[in-house]
Structure formats: structure tokens, C-alpha cells
Design a protein around this ligand. Sequence first.
Ligand code: PEP
Ligand code: MG
Length: 539
Amino acid sequence: MKGPWEGAGGRLVGLGVSQGRAAGPMIRLGEPPKLPAPGPVTDPGAEAATVGKALEAVAAELNRRALAAGGEAAEILEALAMIAEDPILLEEAERHTAGGHAAPHALDAAFTKHREALAALGGYLAERAADLDDLKHRAVASALGLPMPGLPSPGHPYVLVATDLSPADTAGLGPDVLALVTERGGPTSHTAILARSRGLPAVVACAGVMDLDDGTMIGVDGGTGEVAIGLSEQETSEVVQGETARRARLQASRGPGGTADGHAVKLLLNIGSAADLPQGEDGADAEGVGLFRTEFLFLDRKQPPSFEEQVSAYAEVFARAEHVVVRTLDAGTDKPLPFLGLPGEQNPALGVRGLRVDRLLPGVLDTQLDAIATAARQAGAEPWVMAPMVTTAGEAGDFARRARAKGIARVGVMVEVPAAALRAGRLLREVDFLSIGTNDLAQYTFAADRQHSVLADLLDPRQPALLELIARCAEAGVRAGKPVGVCGEAAGDPLLAPLLVGLGVTSLSMAGVCVPAVREALAEVTLDECRERARAALE
Ligand code: PEP
Ligand code: MG
């Protein structure tokens, strides 16, 4: 039968990474400009003036978008605008115009040099180097008199289609974006995480979508990954009505998590600070915090946070949430912490990250454990505390002893490394609970960088090898009578949640916006049906 997802022009299928449906005209993200062949320059002064105007235009555009975006997105956009206004960058470009280069080439050279300098510094600044490419494209387009690449503003709602989205693009998404479809990207990519946190339907790794014309009416299903092309007006309005009804139903969803036959599954929140906790009636009705990513509090810091500062940040969360699982600092690769001053590494994802930082800087973990215990006493709370990137039972035991010595009663570890999953039973002799970080566990199981768009299929949490490792942990939990939760992005996927429960997982921790859809998905199936899905997926 021809449904709304077939469309008159056929359909494409990618990877659905953020639930929900949307329909509307698609618009492709402006592509980076191509540099023209270098030609003779007659007036270096005019070229220098063009350089100055281009950089000003880039900064003004970013500041304008910052104003419209507000919040954390505004901070990212303002920081990018400051880079465009950096006098060193201007001087470098002017040096090139004085040397006989046209403005676009001078900008290209100056940004490239700036990028190399940042990359050489390593750590957080090296991570920012990629943002410079985005700024360069904007500046070069402006100097060439082309429309600035980046987010369109057509004046009406639209589905944003792109090869991939940069951090600047994702941070600047306005309310007129109905859904996202990208040709690249994986389930734990920037685009996927942002889309989920904003409740925007999204499909990634959708081959061929950039070949469609702007203005084509498309339907997007962020659950199944389907993109229907050429929807009629009637089909579009059916999608919109269905989605409005779905959102209203989810908004009203309340209560503890569990299957249709009453098997309880705790639904918890992933947070980076107290600001992510629900405010008032509209917030997610979760049963506590399953992952407090403490490193998010200190990502941009050059100086270590003081003991008192840590105590107050933790106590604020403990005072506002009933049950909190705190993760000790997880520094490294995608989350560098400049204040630690860790040396650069050839292969950082396999280097000193997470709990391993303790090998170089032992004081950091002990101070943090002390601060968590002090905050708990102040708030009258009993947080559970876990360590990231644990690999062996020896590491788990050492962490547990040190945490307990500070007075922390419930100690656990994350399972993000296959070695830890394989030895889950042994780990559970040392600790009280396990929390499976499927983002990293997938990365390390499939030897595929979690940010790598070309490897998205390997990072799909439905991969049987990953599911087998999860099952092994859950079975170890049942034998030991100890909880085993999932706190990676997979936990917030309503299609996966029943499967994870079928594997034996006892709690699911996710971004607040994901809770209602996961609650609904679980309430529709019995525990036996969950187990059947798990069995089928493993096969
Ligand atoms: C994970 O790896 O799945 C996880 C939850 O940790 P993070 O995403 O913070 O690395
Ligand atoms: Mg992780």
C-alpha cells in the first residue's frame, strides 16, 4: 500500500538517529566556495580592504546568529566570531595581499596558517582547528561576493539537508528547521546528539539526498531512517498532524518506566550540570540521573576547578535530584580538559583518558572523590559514583577502594572497553553496579572512531557483536544480583530500548527529551517480547 513515506518521487533510506516525523520543503546547506585560479592583482590596497570587510562580515553574521540562538549555542557562535575578529588573522591576510595575492587567496592562506598553529598546540585548541575551516569558507565566499555558506534563512520552515553539519551549523539551528538529513554522520555524531537533545527528527548516512533539488517536498522519519520524496499536500498535512498528536501524547507521558507486564526499568537522565535537570512540570519525568558527566562542568577551563567549586557544583545536582550516578572526570580525545595539561598523544582515543589520567595525575581523582563525598554530606544525598574507561578488574578494585575510603557507599564502573565487558562478572566482584557506555564500547569494539561518518554502519548499536557484549554484562549483573544499566546514546532510542531490556539491562539513561518516547516504547511490549527481540537481534 502506498503510504505517506513513499512519496511520488520514491524514497531514500539512511540511519534514523532522532525520533519523530516531519514534512516540508528541503533546502541544502550552502557548499563551501571554490577558490578561483590565482590571477594578477592590480590594486593590493583594494584587496586588503576586501579582506577586512570579509572578516567583519563573517563576525557580524555569527554575532547576529548568536543573538537569535541564545544560551549555549550563542556562546559557541560568539567564540567563533571572536576568532574571525582576531587582529593576528587580519594582519596575516594583509601580509598576503601586500605580497600580491587576491583577497580570497590571502584569506585562504591566513586561515590555513592559523589552523596549523592551533592544531600544533594540541588538546582543546587542536579540536577547535576544524572550526576554522568553516570560518574560512564563510570569509572566502564573502570576498568572492557569493552568498555565505552555512544555514539558509528562507523565511519559512524547511528540512535542512547537508553533506554533514559543522559545530557552528548545528549550534545555530533556528526554530524554522523541521528536521535534519545528512549524507554522512553516524549515530553518535555531533548531528545525531544535537538533534536528539532538541527533539528534532534526523536521518544521517542518507546516500543521494544531496542530489535532490532545493524546494522538493520531503518527508523524514527519524525512527526508521526513511526519506520520502515528492510528498503531496495531503500527505504533508497527514505527517504534520500525526507528529503534532505524537508530541502532545509524549508531553503528557509520566510515571516510572516498565514493560506492559510490569517489569520495571528505571528511566534516568544524562546531564552535564544542574542546568540540564528538568524545570517544573514540562521537564522529563525521569527517575533520577544515570550519568552526570562531571567533565562537562570544566571543559573550557585553563585552571583546575577548586575543591570548593567542585563541591558546590555537585551539591547543586544532589540537592535537586533523588538518585544521582556521578561519573568522575572523563578527559581525553573528544573531551579534552586543558586544565589537566596532559601531553599530546599520537593516538589519543587509545591513550591516557578517563580513569587512566590517574596514572599521570593521581591527585585529581582523589580530590574529586573527596569533593563528591563532601557535597553528598552537605546535601544529605547518597550518590552512586562510577569511573569512566575502566579496563580491568584491578582498576575497578582500586577505584572502589579509594571511593569507599572517602565514604562513598555505592561504587561502580562504566563498561566502555571490550576487555571490561568480557570480564563483567569479575568486575562485579569489585563494584556494586555497571553502566554500559555504548558510544565508546561501539568505538572500541569495531575499531571505528565514534565521530567518523564513513564508518556509521559499524557504529550502529544494533550490531550483534555490541549486543553480545551488552548481554554478557547484563547476565553477569543477574548472577551477581547487581544493577547493570546503559547510559550511551543507544539507551535513548525507543526502537532499541525494548531490545536492551530483553538483553537484561536494568536501567536506561538518556537525554531528557528522549524519556517519553522510550517510556512509551517499553509500555507497548511485554518482557517476553523484549527477550524475543533481543534473541532475534543477536542472531
Ligand atoms: C559512552 O561512551 O557511551 C558514554 C556514555 O560516555 P561519553 O559519551 O561521555 O563518552
Ligand atoms: Mg564514553
